[in-house]
Design a protein around this ligand. Structure first.
Ligand SMILES: *Cc1c(COP(=O)(O)O)cnc(C)c1O
Length: 452
């Protein structure tokens, strides 16, 4: 019997609500703290930096949150996204496991990031905000927010991590095409950027530094707010449209996942594919495994500290309860730029702490190797970030083969790699290596943190 290769939903089957997992969490996460007073951050404080809509959702404990019609209208450009049976990969691995992936690479920017960029721009626009600032690593988030900002008539400044600005010039062109201003970070445009340049000459930059710059500019400019592409609970919330669609599609396929896998930067695409299935673990006692695939060079879940830490490198954001490598940690310049972040979002961290999520470290060379096998078996060249999820999916499929079990594996293909070919070229040229963080480097960065 031929397997159905891809399961596509109609536009009218697109979910109308995002799923807010906090409503079902057995242990609620600790509150964010104001860095000065050490008191819980209030919604009003949060609104100084973020849109009111984002603040509302960040603090909401409602299980379901309606997706505004204007947001659903834009989602229709690329949603619902296909669920694909990785039959080619199954064959290449000769595994009895059934492998499915949710293909978020079909969005116009080639990744899941647009799922949160659209609502974030929308909430700013209805509040009368004129300018947005943000950071971007590999450029995926900056590209996504560029599209959404242009659509809703906001102007956007993107601080792009310097190493990515140099490694991925086309991402910058993409942002320019959508009308955004792009500045390599650390820059000389902000006070904190000048400070970073002075303290760390020749730094490759980091997401933490770029966040500090974007935050500074948002706070110092009228009618401006900041938007973040990962980590925060409202971002994870927006991404649950991935898993809500996947639930419907898995049902049509007549399967239910034993294992759900996502690559892990700050946790948003992982949360997006996982949370809607995790609901069954939390509420109905299901036993699905959830594996977060992180780079061995930035291993916050497996080797980080569970502590209160800042979201940025300078220490201006609220203190967030998170698995972290320390906000001063500067990740190696690996080619999965979107995974070069020191911390994990608070819901994901609490759920990992409570045993619902497993972290797994993946080496850069293993990730690229998995990405190339996937490209040849399935035809899609994955983003270097996504190759981490693919690598874990392959490990699990091979384990199923060893055990002779017909496991159902679902992973999120968070993006395609067509603008990342320079990274693939460097892999083919033998220029890349594995980098495993020395324990002392982690220890010295988490030493002073408020441990949980
Ligand atoms: C940004 C990005 C990631 C990592 O971010 P998360 O918030 O952890 O999802 C992963 N994959 C791609 C393609 C990205 O652009």
């Amino acid at each position: 019997m031929k397997v159905t290769k891809k399961i596509v939903l109609e536009e009218h089957d697109m979910p109308t609500r995002w799923y807010n997992i906090v409503a079902d969490m057995p242990n609620k996460p600790l509150p964010m703290l104001n860095p000065t007073t050490k008191q819980p951050t209030t919604k009003e404080e949060f609104e100084v930096l973020f849109s009111k809509g984002a603040a509302e959702q960040e603090f909401s404990t409602e299980r379901w949150i309606d997706i505004p019609d204007e947001v659903r209208d834009l989602y229709r450009i690329y949603r619902p996204t296909p669920l694909v049976r990785a039959s080619g990969l199954e064959k290449a691995l000769d595994t009895p496991a059934k492998i499915y992936f949710k293909n978020e690479s079909v969005s116009p920017v080639g990744s899941h990031k647009l799922n949160s960029a659209i609502p974030q721009a929308y909430y700013n626009k209805i509040q009368g905000i004129k300018h947005l600032t943000t950071e971007t690593g590999a450029g995926q988030w900056g590209s996504a927010l560029s599209i959404a900002s242009k659509h809703f008539g906001l102007d956007l400044t993107v601080f792009m991590v310097k190493v990515s600005y140099e490694q991925k010039p086309y991402r910058k062109s993409v942002m320019h095409t959508y009308g955004a201003t792009v500045i390599p970070s650390p820059s000389m445009t902000t006070g904190i950027g000048r400070q970073f340049n002075q303290d760390y000459p020749n730094t490759a930059g980091s997401l933490g530094m770029a966040i500090s710059e974007a935050v500074e500019q948002a706070l110092n400019q009228p009618d401006t707010r900041y938007a973040l592409g990962s980590t925060m609970s409202h971002v994870c919330l927006h991404q649950t449209i991935i898993g809500e669609e996947a639930r419907k599609q898995m049902e049509i396929a007549g399967d239910y996942p034993d294992i759900v896998i996502g690559c892990f930067g700050g946790g948003s695409n992982f949360a997006g594919i996982s949370f809607p299935f995790m609901r069954d673990n939390l509420v109905n006692g299901a036993k699905t495994r959830f594996i977060a695939a992180e780079p061995a060079s930035c291993p916050k879940l497996t080797r980080g500290q569970y502590a209160y830490d800042f979201g940025d490198a300078q220490g201006v954001t609220p203190l967030i309860p998170m698995y972290t490598l320390g906000h001063g940690f500067q990740p190696a310049a690996i080619h999965a730029g979107g995974l070069r972040y020191h911390g994990a979002g608070s819901y994901v961290s609490q759920l990992a702490h409570d045993g619902y999520i497993e972290g797994r470290d993946v080496n850069q060379l293993d990730a690229f190797k998995a990405g190339i096998l996937f490209s040849q078996a399935e035809g899609i060249i994955p983003a270097p970030e996504s190759t981490h999820a693919i690598c874990v999916a392959i490990q699990e499929a091979l384990k199923a083969k060893e055990e002779g079990t017909e496991k159902v594996i679902l992973f999120n293909l968070s993006g395609h790699g067509l603008i990342d070919m320079a990274s693939y070229d460097r892999y083919f040229a033998g220029d890349l290596n594995n980098y495993i963080v020395p324990q002392e480097l982690i220890d010295e960065n988490v030493n002073d943190l408020m441990k949980l």
